[in-house]
Design a protein around this ligand. Sequence first.
Ligand code: FCB
Length: 492
Amino acid sequence: MRRHGKGAQGPRAVALWLALAGSLGSGAGCRRAVTFDQADIDRHPMLAGAPPGFLLGVATSAHQIEGGHRNDWTEWEKGSYPDGTPHVKGGATTERAADSWNLWPKDVAAAATLGANVYRLGVEWSRLEPAEGQWDAGAAERYREMLQALRAVRPHPIEPMLNLWHFTLPPWIVARGGWEWDGAPAAFAAFASRAAAAFGDLVDWWCPLNEPNVYVTKSYMAGQWPPGVKDPKRAARALGNLLRAHARAAAALRASDRADADGDGRATRIGLAHNVIVFDPASGGPLDRLIARYSDRFYNHDIPDSIAAGRIKLSLPTVVSVDEAEPELAGSLDWLGLNYYTRRVVASRLFGDRGPTGAPYEVVEDPARPHNDLGWEIYPEGLYRMLVRFREYPWPLIVTESGVADRAGTVRPGFIRAHVYALDRARAEGVNVIGYMHWSLIDNFEWSHGYEGRFGLFTIDFAGDPTLERRPTPAVATFQDLARNLGLLPSR
Ligand code: FCB
């Protein structure tokens, strides 16, 4: 077990605690006692009673599967830290990745095998708009083929949910300062508008952005992703622009996509895929509770709160404080997506050494708990806790990502059952959850972990199999049970 050094002591700590303790209450940073019983999970009829039209599917992102990109990540993948360690584990690159740019029919076939009725996939900005204002019609046509193929799946179509940005930026945006460039939101909105014109007749479900909070934490606070910065002020600037970009893209999509692809009377359903982490304090001590509380507010709530209020309000005491009106944010969402993977049990490092990622806490691991191949705690109760908590917002919720790095493929079936149980429990308590998407359809490039994090329902032998065949893991059968329970596959 890793444990932090001594908690902060002395007058400074006491003063901070006294100043902030008033805001510590029930809820957020505090542990809500809930433990699932395995026998209940085993007995549970997964997704029974889910509402008609429940979205059951899988997710991927363009950069992680397509191969052949030219963006900020392909540059980053070639680089290393000053001590010589490569930015990406083993020096892996996305030169080919899962080659979905060419092998996409295999992906569509895999999703169809699962019985999925939705596939959240990405388009790559740097491919469609390689230079400012220059649109690659050939690339757009290739994406149209993919989208058409999804809609043509029978007996029921697979509804595409289209993600416009999932961490990567075209070089021409990077040259102007990436998300710190105040022109970036308008550039992104222009891209969204063109995407709506190109794909709107095939797409109703739009997800302009994936996980702005993960991006700024990794790229601007921990310095582990491009542009490799450790500066909370720059992080806040980038995050503010991401929120503006979301608002403007949503408006652009509504203005440009008037085509109702699935005939349900609505041409656009716009959301955000938002990463959530449960932060629990490592002890009952005030500083551990404080840091859990503030991490939770900043990481989990500042973004949805800003959208709901039409005001960008970001706050990490003593580090970041932003409060600016952005009226276009209000009304920009039709649904909120939660990407949930893990919890962090945190011990304050507010006054000690911040460690390599600059985080104001240390994660305290309990070796008795299950962890995935990347060392993330597996904690299905956290999905339930988050869904229940997020009912405070005015939007229907979709689990836009949930999954496990499990190279052996043995953990994933139970992982899916436990997380669907969590979702169903939240639904039983009245939380409006309208979909579940598993991350991921296929093994892919897991950012700085390279090909070490294996999240696919279908696995790929990147090193040994030049055909990159998508081979089913045991969890395919588990997913098919979900589809059967929803009537998406014939019952056995
Ligand atoms: C999420 C990302 C996704 C993938 C999974 C494991 O935070 O959205 O790209 O890396 O984690």
